[in-house]
Design a protein around this ligand. Structure first.
Ligand SMILES: [Zn+2]
Length: 567
């Protein structure tokens, strides 16, 4: 027994070392990428960790207890035929409103003081048989050894009193380390099993009593395939879903797309989700927290497998194990809601130029624009609101009078410049063109205020009393469209029909302003699409699938020069 466990620990440590050796410094090559590996997805962690986590088994066939080793192989230590169980931290918890919490209440209490009987047991069955002789007795696996414990008392005094009344003179009052987890029958104080390891193992729970039946389990109103791992170091439980990659992909496409969409769009999403998930897994961002991927936008949305349809099942099955590759390396296939007419190159949104993430005009999406909520959007700021917003972002200004933009080859805004009444410019580029003002995309024009859309300074017409050309505007004051007076000073700038624009070099003041009554007090951003615009448009995938394209067509359209295949 002891040797077997040590062998397992060795294997665990060896696999950790191997994983560390194979950390991808360079892009992952096909040889490193597996088809359908087991993965760990964090569901509740960090500040969202839980004092207790209920599971409800859909199939009603019970659960196995044990642990997952470094290769995510499951070692079984025990089982129960109960269908509703809860994992709780080994501190005092109370059942209240359907959950176990650390707040004392009137519901069933699971205390962290137990009576430990002398002796150890060869296996789960013998420990369970011995435990059943005592009210509140349960088998425990403590650092590789089966023991029998009795009761769940809230304090040591109660435990000692119970020891006398039960006549368990040889028993010791026992607790656990900060990593202990008890499995209880949901809603009660009855402990079914207790797990504690100071050797880096964590309680694993697998729904179902055999390895072959695919079981769906309800946890916090979501439905999951696979097993669960409960990790804690002194505090609450980090809850991790351990499952095959292909089942994870099913969950992601259900969270990221509508399961009623055409199957070819879902298939494109499945290949993206699988590749993107693997890409993030290889980077081990969450490894210290005990999992490979989280379930939020930081990795990709995953809320279990509720809502599966025939289409969503087919989408995963018909792309089984397929990833997106570029030049033999695994890609990072980012995606987003809708491009509004053109995608954008990664270098114009983030930092790196990525050969397969190049912007292009999208001839497909417009056909489904009327189905997309807020596809065309407009945001209007008053001058005061815009000035205040920019101040709040750290750009002190004397009142924004003009906004101008520069666009990429595909027409998305890649540089935005704000000019204040003192002629001071703030320029932000790339993704900030969207995020700074909380706009829905980088695809927009600006009107009103002093700025025309894409208004490079030389294209503005200037009006100067009497016409002619001025060599300098020093000492000259200007009145803008809303009646505000600005001192021109050393930096020369001029009044246009709708505000003030800076002038550089040998500006020539000629021509006449037309009208002079445009909305100088407001700035209107008029755009289309939603998201960062790099990679695949999900609505574009929908539109392409609607018009008869395959998932390969979709992926090849949105990702330049990629291959779709198994490793
Ligand atoms: Zn994440």
């Amino acid at each position: 027994m002891r040797q077997k466990r040590q062998y397992k620990m060795m294997r665990f440590i060896v696999s950790l070392v191997l994983m560390a050796l194979f950390l991808p410094a360079a892009p992952a090559q096909a040889a490193q990428v597996q088809v359908n590996p087991a993965i760990r997805v964090g569901l509740y962690f960090g500040s969202n960790a839980l004092p207790g986590a209920n599971l409800l088994n859909q199939a009603g066939s019970g659960y196995r207890f044990g642990y997952f080793d470094g290769g995510l192989q499951f070692t079984q230590l025990g089982y129960t035929s109960q269908t509703a169980i809860s994992m709780v931290k080994t501190q005092n918890v109370w059942y209240s409103s359907g959950q176990y919490t650390a707040t004392p209440g009137s519901g069933a209490a699971v205390g962290c003081y137990h009576l430990q009987l002398p002796g150890v047991y060869y296996d789960f069955q013998s420990a369970q048989a011995a435990a059943s002789l005592y009210p509140g007795g349960f088998p425990a696996w403590i650092d590789g050894v089966y023991q029998v414990r009795v009761g769940a008392y809230l304090d040591g005094v109660s435990a000692q009193a119970a020891r006398s009344s039960l006549g368990l003179d040889g028993a010791q009052v026992a607790g656990t380390s900060g990593g202990g987890v008890s499995v209880v029958e949901t809603g009660t104080s009855r402990i079914l099993f207790q797990f504690d390891s100071t050797e880096g193992l964590w309680l694993g729970v697998k729904p179902g009593l055999d390895e072959w039946t695919k079981t769906e389990t309800i946890f916090r109103n979501n439905v999951y395939y696979g097993g669960f791992q409960y990790q804690r170091s002194g505090g609450d439980l980090t809850v991790v879903n351990v499952l095959p990659m292909e089942d994870y992909v099913q969950g992601v496409i259900l969270s990221e797309m509508m399961a009623t969409w055409p199957v070819e769009a879902l298939k494109a999403q499945a290949v993206c989700a699988r590749t993107y998930g693997y890409w993030h897994m290889l980077r081990r961002k969450h490894n210290a927290a005990g999992f490979d991927l989280c379930n939020g936008v930081c990795c990709q949305a995953y809320r279990g497998i509720a809502g599966m349809t025939d289409s969503s099942r087919r989408a995963v099955e018909e792309t089984y194990g397929e990833y997106l590759w570029y030049n033999g390396s695994l890609t990072e296939p980012v995606y987003f809601n809708s491009d509004g007419g053109a995608t954008e190159s990664a270098v114009n949104v983030w930092t790196e130029d990525v050969p397969y993430l190049q912007g292009r005009l999208d001839p497909y999406e417009a056909a489904v624009a009327d189905q997309i909520e807020k596809y065309h959007w407009t945001v209007t700021f008053t001058r005061q609101e815009l000035s205040d917003l920019l101040s709040s972002k750290g750009y002190a200004n004397s009142g924004i009078v003009s906004v101008s933009t520069q666009t990429s080859a595909t027409g998305n805004v890649v540089s935005i410049t704000f000019t204040d009444a003192a002629g001071k410019n703030f320029t932000r580029t790339k993704e900030a063109c969207r995020t700074l003002l909380g706009l829905r995309s980088q695809r927009y024009t600006v009107s009103g205020g002093g700025g025309g859309s894409s208004a490079a300074v030389p294209s503005v017409s200037y009006y100067v009393e009497g016409g002619g050309t001025l060599a300098s505007l020093d000492g000259v004051y200007a009145i803008d469209g809303s009646g505000d007076v600005g001192a021109l000073g050393g930096q020369t700038y001029a009044v246009t029909s709708s505000g003030v624009s800076p002038l550089t070099g040998d500006a020539s003041f000629s021509g006449t302003a037309s009208g002079g009554t445009s909305g100088g007090n407001t700035f209107t951003f008029t755009g289309s699409g939603w998201g960062h615009g790099v990679g695949m448009s999900q609505w574009g995938a929908y539109a392409m699938a609607q018009s008869g394209h395959t998932y390969r067509d979709i992926l090849q359209f949105y990702y330049t020069g990629i291959e779709v295949r198994q490793p």
